[in-house]
Design a protein around this ligand. Sequence first.
Ligand code: CMP
Length: 143
Amino acid sequence: MERTYLMVKPDGVQRGLIGDIVGRLERKGLQLVGAKLMHVSLEQAKKHYAEHEGKDFYERLLTFITSGPVFAMVWQGDDAVAAARQLIGKTNGLEAAPGTIRGDYAIHTNYNLIHGSDSHDNAEREIGIFFRESELTSYEKVI
Ligand code: CMP
């Protein structure tokens, strides 16, 4: 069992896509164990995007992710990181395959609707930036 950190970005929230995105993840078989609508602070944004510091799009990233509410989520399941990234699609909406979230709804690299952790270690690091463990549930799926 693995956990992953997913975040509907401000463009996805404003376009009313939270429900669609959550539905896709549920139907895939992933299990939602934590979620909240929140504003990302500059401090959280800098920690989250630390690996991109110095890149030409870094400042734009910080500005965008702090510009409005995001829907932060923790999902769990077997290979949750890979399963979620498969549903999300490639970073650039124009390159993402139809049928993926970005392939269906995004045409941009910066405004690409959703973030998904790219590794198990980053997932745990990112969960720690946005959630306290006490905010997360744990339950056995019975069906
Ligand atoms: P995300 O999954 O949130 O992780 C880093 C983000 O940087 C990425 O999605 C894109 O939204 C954004 N980004 C903007 N420009 C680029 C770029 N040229 N290459 C990769 N990511 C980019």
